[in-house]
Design a protein around this ligand. Structure first.
Ligand SMILES: [Zn+2]
Length: 248
């Protein structure tokens, strides 16, 4: 299930706090394997405008207190990986509506490329550099850690996983002089022991790729999200849309 327009989600979005997931913005370049990680700008702007018109506003992740307070019109916008396309295209539309977002950064690739993907044959995507991240922060947006190198944390041993989780936090804090309190599991891959390492490292929240909205019983270190996507032009996409329509 993916989010492309509000109508089917209006009720679900008010049952708890939704966290939306985006990756890159704009047309997917020639030859890209994961086209679904790109959201074209007209749709992104339409989604933001639709949320605004329906009375939604963005909030910052804070931990459990986010979900305990009654909040039927607040949501969180997240971008994974630190793509430069987000810096280029998201800031103006977000500012116009008074929305803020959080970017989860892969610390060793800041200012570089998506090497965890290109090593598997994916097309290069330039990532935000330090000065762009400073501009992002000074516009009121936030950053979180998405590890040092974007590994499957559950494939690592405990010591390697701890290093990815704790050093990414520390390095971002040293680089930007702010507290980094939010974490994102690469590939949404986590297990109980990985979740505990995130909590031990001093984060307040961690987001996954499991679908759903956050409620007062949600574990702040296993936050569900709703993936925003361009609707696929195939039968599966049609069935998904039909299902969402019926749900409403
Ligand atoms: Zn990622």
């Amino acid at each position: 299930m993916y989010y492309s327009r509000l109508a089917p989600y209006n009720r679900i979005f008010r049952e708890g706090m939704p966290i939306l997931t985006y990756h890159k913005l704009g047309m997917p370049p020639q030859g890209v394997c994961r086209k679904d990680l790109y959201m074209q700008l007209p749709l992104f702007k339409r989604q933001m405008g639709e949320l605004w018109k329906n009375g939604f506003c963005t909030t910052q992740l804070q931990g459990r207190e986010n979900f305990i307070q009654p909040n039927n019109n607040r949501l969180v916008i997240t971008f994974d990986d630190g793509s430069r396309t987000v810096f280029q295209h998201a800031m103006v539309p977000l500012r116009k509506l008074g929305f803020t977002a959080i970017q989860y950064l892969v610390v060793e690739h800041i200012g570089g490329r998506n090497e965890w993907d290109t090593s598997l044959g994916e097309v290069e995507d330039p990532l935000m550099d330090e000065s762009q991240i400073r501009t992002w922060l000074s516009a009121g947006h936030e950053i979180g850690a998405h590890t040092l190198t974007h590994p499957h944390l559950t494939h690592l041993n405990r010591q390697q996983a701890r290093e990815e989780i704790t050093s990414s936090k520390k390095k971002l804090e040293d680089m930007f002089g702010i507290a980094v309190q939010h974490f994102c599991y690469p590939y949404g891959s986590w297990k109980e022991w990985v979740r505990d390492l995130v909590e031990e490292a001093g984060y307040k929240t961690a987001v996954t790729t499991s679908p759903g909205v956050c409620t007062d019983v949600t574990d702040p270190f296993i936050l569900p999200r709703i993936s925003a996507r361009q609707p696929p032009r195939n039968i599966r996409g049609l069935l998904d849309r039909l299902f969402l329509y019926l749900l409403n």
